[in-house]
Design a protein around this ligand. Sequence first.
Ligand code: DLL
Length: 455
Amino acid sequence: MDKSAPQRIIMRSTAWNDEENRVLPEMALDFMPEEKLRDLQLQRLRASVKLAYEKVPLFRERMDEKGTKPEDIKTLKDIVKVPFSMKKDLRDTYPYGLFAVDLSEVVRLHASSGTTGKPIVVGYTKEDMEVWAQVVKRGLLACGFRSTDIVQNFFGYGLFTGGMGIHGGFEALGATVIPISGGNTERQVMLMKDFGVTALAGTPSYFLRIMDVADKMGISIKDMGIKRAIFGAEPWSDGMRDYIEERTGIKCYDIYGLSEIVGPGVGCECEYCDGMHIFEDHFYPEIVDPETLEPLPDGQEGELVISTLSKRAMPILRYRTRDITAIEATKCKCGRTIRRIRRIGRRTDDMIIMRGVNVFPSQIETALLRAEKALPHYQIVLDTKNNMDTLEVKVEVTRDMVSDSMSAMEQLSKKFKHSIEQILGISVIITLCEPDSLPRSEGKAKRVVDNRKKI
Ligand code: DLL
């Protein structure tokens, strides 16, 4: 049998077939019988643990401390015998300390800017690059992107994994990619229109900026014929999805990933948009309690921990992502057997503790949307005044909200205040700002400015 030829498979669902009712072989991995998938995961986990133990001093030392040998991994449940790893481990071994292969086998490096000091560095072998392109491609296929798409990719190209990672997936799919990267927003709008773009990829916050600029240029994105967008790299709410879809007519999908594991393509939504399927044949997900680090059952929220199952250049075991989510306990309507995680709205570390109350920026976004059904740009500013921590939300009014009447603007401010305070349970200061006055990012949005006095 010619393995490269698309197979004809009878399907219960139409979520994963192309126009001619065929499914591509690599997509069939998403529907592997569960038992087979678990067998494959175990076999790969054992190989990954062995590789890390034999080639990476940090993993060997940690496992020795815990008294775990690679042979102790006899079932998937034995993964709890493996020690955790964290971002700090990548920093401490900067730049190549976690590599399990000789640098001559590494064909690509990426790095993620840390908030402080040195970046963290990740490397890929040729096979790793192929896997990366395949997982992104599987995600894109699941969301309905096709080889006929013309894609404007405004994820940043360079050391960030977003631009090149998404690019590789679309290229593997056979689509036409426009590697525009972030920035030069007016040109983004012009090319979108002139090149007959049918699909978009980038951070959702930057797309909001593109929408604003198109508006100002008097160009309607809705009339461009763009069908789908794949967004990710930062939290974005369902409200934000509705907002973009309603205004542009573009169907939006969520893709998840992190540099330490592979970049984009660890997980992705399917056409049902009901959580993100993890490409479990390459990444093993667990949810743990972020305090006790004990495993949590499906359906319960906690910190996502991921182990790579096939990565050769840099195997990572039980990586604490800091992302808060749950593994969905129910099956997806699409019929995929690879499990889903809930969309990610928050991390354990973008949590702001304000007068003892845990606050996540995503809660403020939800409150603003609830109050006005429009998505304004906002920024959260933390400060200390008279020895009291204050939380100010700067809200940029959109053109539809601007009014000449003082009392209408006061009303608006009160509405935002009330909505946020209801959700957070603490008092906030609202400052309404002129349209276009808050800083914009071409990559991930920076929502929080912390000017609090550190004691
Ligand atoms: O952001 C990789 C990526 C690029 C994913 C493009 C999707 C699309 P890092 O810069 O290492 O890698 O940041 C990883 O970003 O731990 C999450 O906190 C956040 N993140 C990534 N995707 C999503 C998403 C890339 N879809 C960190 N929803 C992760 C929410 C996301 N947060």
